[in-house]
Design a protein around this ligand. Structure first.
Ligand code: BTN
Length: 322
């Protein structure tokens, strides 16, 4: 609730002009003292606000807010899109809404319990991330969804290319990387339905401009778009481009499976041909060279003269890159 109020306040501010505490208080039906207190908490989200006595408050840097109508127009109405200011997790919320059965996108300005892969948390920043989930129905059994997360990574990479992001690569199974640093991650949760149908909740987190405090909290090498693109980033156009690319690739996946895009995926793989360590969920470590991908998206790893097909695990390069 407090964060929602902060976000409502931030929407009334811009870097161009000061807005007085009295004005803000009147518009939100709060006291000037409350406005002051709420805006102080913005610092903890990495948002800097300038306060000048007698003039009021202004943002030091513009925030590009998400706007469902702008995105829907950019997508010719092909998507249903909902924006929530603050939510625990967009994946968790779509899982709580099983009756949504058509392509639907839920995006949030902020998540309080963002979920990453393998039970890790996922951090984001107000105006500095894209945090969204797509509910996508498939007329097939859950068992045929292997390779889906790779396809999502490929769609993301293609959308980022189309927005001018340089050197976009993938890391098996579905991280989007630039120069061996993570730019975006994908978390897919699947719900089985009757008659061999299922529904995938495809959660995507993308770093747009992470404040130093958020970046320092992440325990791996990360990169954000602000480091890769000149000028400001329009998050609405970016999300629209991602949804467009997703619709194409998910449609292809439903018709032809992962094999149809395997060659394109391999070309993008930052770890193709590299010597790697493969960390299995059960704690085992396999050393080997990445030889490619199988028809269902499994990683082919050559180790001591044997080719292993790996279905789950985490890759790291055998030379450290920071
Ligand atoms: C990863 O660990 O690489 C996957 C990260 C996925 C994060 C996104 S943010 C939007 C959606 N909601 C969540 O709680 N997680 C996903």
């Amino acid at each position: 609730m407090a964060t929602e109020r902060l976000l409502s306040l931030l929407r009334l501010l811009s870097p161009q002009q000061f807005v007085s505490g009295t004005d803000l208080a009147a518009r939100l039906g709060l006291s000037r003292a409350s406005i002051h207190l709420i805006l102080q908490s913005a610092e903890s989200l990495g948002i800097n606000i300038e306060r000048v006595p007698g003039r009021g408050y202004r943002l030091q840097q513009a925030i590009s807010w998400l706007d469902a109508a702008v995105m829907q127009a950019a997508l010719d109405g092909a998507w249903q899109i909902e924006i929530q200011p603050v939510i625990d997790s967009t994946n968790a919320e779509l899982l709580r809404r099983p009756s949504l059965t058509h392509p639907f996108c839920l995006a949030a300005e902020l998540q309080t319990a963002g979920r990453g892969r393998r039970g890790r948390p996922w951090s984001g920043a107000v105006g500095g991330s894209l945090l969204f989930s797509v509910a996508w129905p498939f007329a097939m059994d859950v068992s045929r969804l292997s390779g889906l997360s790779l396809v999502v990574g490929l769609a993301l990479a293609e959308a980022l290319d189309s927005c001018g992001v340089p050197r976009v690569q993938l890391k098996w199974p579905n991280d989007v990387m630039v120069d061996f640093r993570k730019l975006a991650g994908v978390l897919i949760e699947v719900q089985a339905e009757v008659n061999s149908h299922c529904r995938a909740i495809i959660g995507i987190g993308l770093n747009v401009q992470l404040p130093a405090a958020v970046r320092d909290d992440i325990d791996q090498a990360v990169v954000d778009l602000a480091q890769l693109l000149p000028g400001s980033i329009d998050r609405n156009q970016l999300l629209a481009a991602i949804l467009r690319a997703l619709a194409v690739r998910l449609g292809q996946f439903a018709r032809e499976g992962f094999a149809a895009c395997r060659a394109e995926w391999e070309l993008r793989h930052a770890y193709h041909g590299q010597l790697v360590n493969l960390h299995s969920p059960d704690g085992r470590l396999v050393e080997g060279r990445v030889a490619g991908l199988g028809d269902n998206g499994q990683l082919l790893l050559e180790s001591a003269g044997t080719r292993h097909a790996i279905h789950v695990g985490e890759l790291s390069l055998r030379r450290a890159v920071r």
